[in-house]
Design a binder for this molecule. Structure first.
Ligand SMILES: Nc1nc2c(c(=O)[nH]1)N[C@H]1C(S)=C(S)[C@@H](COP(=O)(O)O)O[C@H]1N2
Ligand SMILES: [Mo]
Length: 517
């Protein structure tokens, strides 16, 4: 093996050990974020025009492993190059490695909860260990001669060199695995699934009435289990918030600004509310909509405590901005939190502690508004400001400033391309118009020429989706099925098709099926 190859391998091995150390540190201390995740997150944020962010928004959590792998491979590759410099130009090699570590430190310091001394010392230890590994692997008097010294094969025999390289890789991987395991375990103990008891009591809801669901194959459950609940955010790795240290600030244009600890929040009168939330990116017929049974404190109670009442809103306080621990923001008209709808500062979902991915320790849930303007997860601050004073995260990126959820309906029991036998077919699904409720659902089996009324299940609440069912006598041939809903104000959803951007998709969900003779 020539020396150049050894230098490359040594450089990558040093990087592997250094990365393993940063990952292990992340497992050992809450104050040290994962450098690899932090660099990936910053890369997403700095990508031009929020392109990468938009990709994450659509791909969701499946993009994270890919992104992190790219970041790790890039680090190994750069360090392999640095390894080649390590003997000829040790100063330059150290400067290169130092710059890489500095970038990791800088990225990590932007993560919520990062402590500068802990992050910086982790970076320095990693740098020293990585440099030490390179040195160890390239050590020794060169054997052979008649070539420049740096080209000579190192004295170490091949087997020993490879053993060192393998050992370094193992160290790096086990550091990463241990770090991840420790930090996941810490997060899991903090968030026990059992919902903490509120001393003031929680006004619970009765179980959903049987009549609110149709027992039909393919119908989504009335309340979405957390495993199936859609997931959208810009965090490639959900922030692990320490609830003991967490605070929720109520700030800005309020008479009485204050802060709540997790305990404070849990001690306030709370209630359960069924609310369907939806993502503005949801395509017609798509799955970025789910129904949760949320536990939390009325946002209006918290605003009242801050001295804000309906009718007293002025130009200085007519936007409510939710800020997250990771810097993400959402804003909507404050009046909407005070018009009687049950908007919540939620800390529970489906009877359990709010899952980390869905915003633990607390999030906002506002009936009738798309998530991007309202549903701030990992909530850290509620700030009252003017409507024109501030534009939130997605509004800055071109999405509409106001985000009322559009009336929509979806066919769930059939998919385009299905082939069915002739005879009775259950066509069913859900329709939603949160805060307005669903008054009627109609189905067309001839591409929109004629419409028949579907049967509606009992309404859980006007804030949730409603199941519908249509028993279709299917005759042989090709059929285009469509569905449309009318909300509680009597308005029928528009047939006009529009894309999700900038204010939510419209049009009728359409499913093409073949009925066999
Ligand atoms: N902190 C934070 N909160 C956030 C987001 C985010 O990116 N960061 N995304 C919002 C969007 S766009 C939606 S649709 C909902 C999704 O909530 P869910 O993931 O619990 O379904 O969360 C909202 N809250
Ligand atoms: Mo969203």
């Amino acid at each position: 093996m020539d020396l150049r190859r050894r230098e490359t391998i040594a450089g990558a091995a040093g990087a592997g050990v250094a990365l393993g150390i940063t990952e292990l540190a992340r497992g050992l201390s809450e104050a040290v974020p994962s450098f690899a995740l932090a660099v990936s997150q910053r890369a997403v944020e700095l990508a031009p025009g929020g392109i990468a962010t938009a990709i994450i928004g659509v791909l969701g959590s499946s993009a994270t492993p890919l992104l992190v792998s790219i970041v790790v491979l890039a680090a190994l590759f750069i360090c392999a190059r640095i390894g080649e410099l390590s003997r000829r130009r040790p100063g330059a090699a150290l400067a290169g490695a130092g710059a890489l570590v500095a970038a990791g430190i800088a990225a990590a310091l932007f993560e919520p909860g990062a402590s500068p001394p802990a992050v910086i010392s982790t970076g320095l230890v990693a740098l020293a260990a990585g440099a030490g590994v390179v040195r160890l692997m390239l050590r020794g008097p060169a054997e052979g001669d008649a070539v420049p010294e740096y080209r000579r094969a190192a004295a170490m025999n091949r087997r020993r060199f490879l053993a060192l390289a393998g050992g370094a890789a193992l160290l790096g991987l086990s550091g990463a695995a241990a770090g991840r395991m420790l930090s996941d375990r810490r997060a899991a103990t903090a968030v026990s699934a059992k919902l903490p008891v509120s001393p003031a009591g929680v006004k619970k809801l009765p179980p959903p009435p049987a009549g609110a669901s149709f027992a039909v194959e393919g119908m989504p459950p009335l309340i979405t289990p957390k495993e199936d609940f859609y997931l959208i955010d810009t965090a490639i790795y959900a922030p692990r918030v320490n609830a003991e240290e967490w605070q929720l600030k109520i700030s800005g244009a309020v008479r009485n600004p204050f802060a709540l600890t997790y305990r404070d929040l849990l001690s306030l009168p709370a209630r359960e509310v069924d609310i369907t939330i939806a993502c503005v990116s949801n395509e017609v017929g798509g799955g970025l909509v789910s129904n949760g049974r949320w536990t939390g404190v009325l946002l209006s109670d918290i605003l009242e405590e801050a001295g804000l009442r309906r009718g007293e809103l002025d130009g200085a306080s007519d936007q409510l901005v939710g800020r997250a621990v990771d810097g993400w923001t959402a804003g909507f008209r404050t009046g909407l939190a005070l018009d009687g709808r049950e908007a919540l500062v939620a800390y529970g979902m489906n009877g359990e502690t709010l899952p980390i991915e869905h915003g633990y320790p607390a999030r906002l849930v506002v009936p009738g508004l798309y998530g991007y303007v309202s549903a701030t997860k990992w909530l850290s601050e509620i700030e009252l400001t003017g409507w024109r004073e501030f534009d939130a995260y997605w509004t800055v990126r071109g999405w509409a400033k106001e985000g009322p959820i559009k009336t929509q309906s979806r066919i769930d029991t059939l998919t385009s391309g299905d082939t069915l036998p002739a005879g009775p077919v259950d066509v069913g699904g859900v329709a939603w118009a949160p805060t307005r409720g669903i008054e009627r659902v109609e189905v067309s089996t001839d591409g929109g020429n004629t419409w028949d009324e579907a049967e509606l299940a009992a309404e859980l609440s006007e804030n949730t989706w409603r199941q519908w069912l249509y028993r279709w006598e299917a005759e042989p041939g090709e059929h285009t099925l469509q569905v449309r809903a009318t909300d509680g104000t009597g308005e029928t959803q528009t047939a006009e098709r529009s894309a999700p951007a900038p204010a939510g998709a419209t049009g009728y969900h359409t499913v093409n099926v073949t009925v066999e003779g």
